[in-house]
Design a protein around this ligand. Structure first.
Ligand code: WTA
Length: 646
């Protein structure tokens, strides 16, 4: 048996007690509408839906037509009403040692109600947009739920994004309010955050036109002279905290837009992915229950993502809370104050279900197994992976060292656009294989096809498509229906399939392997970054005439960003300029988008039609022999690039 075909069946004990059963696959296949209706009934509906799916105006889907619900009530109030108010919803762990807070469902209900009361008091009404730019503090989750409670559409912007990135998102969504903190802890030190909001929102003629209020949560308290715009800025503690903890919720249509989340695509401008209320929450609740085998009242769940990404939206805020789960939310970095932090948290809080990214696992591998080995991790019973393909070596290490050969691993493939898990093993119901996401979940239908939409034979790589709608699917791109159709639905327009942007293959046993993006989207430590976004940032520097960016394989981060730039005549190459260019990317986008390597080159390889051959640049970046160069205008450019690079 080859390594790749080795399967890991679940233990009998796990299988006997698993939430999911193999029979779910057949049931979903036999009657998808009924299957999804059953999943939607996990939620409390103020008004029941009349139809499961209306696909008549494809690709604009309507799920649970006629139904009405309140998402926050489903995540909070209903658990309190069911007598679970004293259960801890969130074990919040700040980065500074011993800075912790346990929040029960009752307390969460009070906090969310207070925030909702304040947002309503300043005149916000259902449909308005609110930007949330915050580190991993409880108020971030509270703010999201307060928006949901009022039918305000939130747009969470990762607090690692720059002021410029925040501004473009605030403007695109025409957000009326920005919720932020004074600062955030990073590796033991307070760093400013409100400053970035001030810079983003500008003043005078340059002021962001839509923003009326900035609500500031005190977190670091590091700056006695914090800049304050009177009339615009208010402290959370002086406003939200003063409100009544009673708030009567309203129900909203199943299709009401719950949130926007900006993500990188193949073109420079990030797009605001729109998610619904009823369908999204159904997908979240269903997958959490089955893929994480969630046992209410017993499990302690921990997803290490940041709420600025979709993983944090779905598997920190919405799915765990909709399921009445107890979860850990950790504010800081994994090596603060040292590399033991995650394992100490698992040990102390009895974490049962740990969900992280392959890049984290590879980092743990680098730090060495003696670190996790120094802790009692026996509370763990299930491990999850997300964000990028997990290499079999990291999978086996995770299984062996963290999971003590006892915990099933769920490798979950999904995207910002899909709202929740799409492809993942159902733990207990099927076996797993290192490196494979195994098969589409019950109710989800995926195929692997060639350019024309024909299925490719097992073992061969093709395009991953989702060939049937699902409740958590994106409902559009904010303000741009054409771009929505063009981006996701035009490649296989005839068949009406969703094109995910990933390549994949089935192996000889029918297990599905996701191979990564086939478009110009890079994946660095599980963060999606588009090549053209980084290129635009580089070209914005006065010294740069042209830039091409590729994602090159990287042992720890999956991919690293490698840039090739041509300078203007007048520019002086050198380390100083390279440092400036990296800074430029950091300021325009985020430090996470800084190129690992910037090569100043005399020319870029182009086809006769003028298209930059990224594939060949990737060969160079990864130190490979060059592929086919016959379509190039001038194949000798490589000699020049190679010479410069070495
Ligand atoms: C990649 C993150 C392989 C993929 C939830 C996808 C994965 C992109 C996996 C979406 C996985 C995510 N195996 N690749 N388990 N999970 N990806 O929108 O390329 O930030 O298209 O959503 O990450 O990234 P996004």
């Amino acid at each position: 048996m080859t390594e790749a075909s080795k399967v890991y069946p679940p233990s009998k004990e796990f299988a006997d007690n698993a939430n999911a059963t193999i029979e779910m696959y057949q049931r979903a296949e036999a009657d998808p509408d009924e299957f999804w209706a059953e999943q939607a009934r996990r939620l409390d509906w103020a008004k029941p839906f009349e139809q499961v799916l209306d696909w008549s105006n494809a690709p604009f889907a309507k799920w649970f037509v006629g139904g009405e619900l309140n998402v926050a009530v489903n995540c909070v109030d209903r658990h309190v009403a069911a007598g679970k108010g004293d259960r801890v919803a969130i074990h919040w762990i700040g980065e500074p040692i011993d800075d912790t807070r346990d929040i029960t469902y009752s307390q969460l209900k009070d906090e969310v109600s207070r925030a909702a009361n304040y947002l309503a008091s300043i005149g916000l009404v259902a449909g308005d947009r609110v930007a949330i730019y915050m580190p991993m503090v409880p108020e971030a989750v509270i703010a999201m739920l307060a928006c949901a409670r009022l039918g305000l559409t939130h747009s969470v912007v990762f607090a690692g994004f720059s002021a410029a990135a925040l501004r473009s998102r605030v403007d695109d969504a025409e957000a009326k309010v920005v919720i932020t903190t004074d600062g955030q802890f990073r590796r033991g030190k307070p760093a400013p955050l409100k400053e970035a909001v001030d810079e983003a929102l500008g003043t005078g003629d340059d002021a962001a036109p839509s923003v009326e209020k900035v609500i500031v949560v005190r977190r670091t308290n590091h700056d006695a002279n914090l800049n304050w715009v009177h009339g615009r800025d208010v402290w959370w503690e002086d406003t939200v905290a003063e409100q009544s903890p009673e708030h009567t919720p309203e129900a909203f249509d199943a299709e009401h837009p719950l949130f926007l989340l900006y993500t990188s695509g193949t073109t420079g401008k990030p797009k605001g992915i729109v998610h619904s209320s009823g369908g999204y929450l159904t997908q979240a609740a269903y997958t959490f229950h089955n893929v994480f085998d969630h046992k209410e009242g017993r499990d302690v769940f921990w997803c290490t993502a940041d709420i600025g990404w979709v993983t944090g939206h779905t598997y920190i805020t919405y799915a765990p809370l909709a399921n009445g789960a107890t979860q850990v939310i950790y504010e800081g970095t994994p090596n603060s104050p040292d590399e033991h932090r995650h394992f100490q948290i698992i040990e102390k809080y009895g974490v049962t279900t740990y969900y992280t990214a392959p890049t984290m696992i590879r980092t743990f591998m680098k730090w060495g197994r003696e670190i996790p080995d120094a802790h009692d991790l026996s509370s763990l019973r299930l491990l999850g992976s997300v964000g990028e393909p997990i290499n079999p070596e990291a999978w086996r290490w995770y299984y062996d060292v963290i999971g003590a050969n006892r915990c099933p691993i769920v490798d979950t493939w999904w995207q910002t656009e899909t709202g929740g898990h799409m492809i993942a093993p159902l733990p207990g119901a099927i076996a797993t294989k290192p490196g494979s996401a195994m098969r589409p979940l019950p109710g989800i239908s995926a195929s692997i096809v060639d350019d024309k939409g024909n299925s490719v034979p097992d073992g061969e790589q093709g395009y991953l498509v989702l060939d049937r709608p699902w409740p958590g699917m994106l409902r559009g791109i904010w303000g741009d229906p054409e771009r929505f159709k063009e981006t996701y639905w035009s490649r296989f327009a005839e068949q009406g399939w969703y094109f995910a942007g990933d390549g994949a293959r089935y192996d000889e046993d029918g297990a599905l392997w996701v191979l990564g993006r086939v478009d110009d989207v890079m994946n660095v430590s599980g963060h999606r970054i588009s090549t053209s976004e980084v290129e635009s940032a580089l070209v914005a520097h006065a010294a740069v005439a042209e830039a091409a960016v590729v994602g090159a394989a990287d042992e720890t981060t999956g991919q690293g960003i490698v840039a090739f730039v041509i300078l203007m005549e007048h520019a002086t190459p050198g380390d100083e300029l390279v440092a400036e260019l990296r800074q430029q990317v950091s300021v325009d986008i985020s430090p996470i988008a800084k190129p690992r390597e910037i090569n100043i080159v005399p020319e870029l390889p182009k086809t006769r039609s003028g298209k930059i051959m990224r594939r060949l640049l990737k060969d160079i970046a990864e130190g490979r022999e060059l592929g086919d160069t016959s379509t190039l205008v001038d194949p000798t450019v490589f000699e020049a690039i190679r010479a410069k690079k070495n």
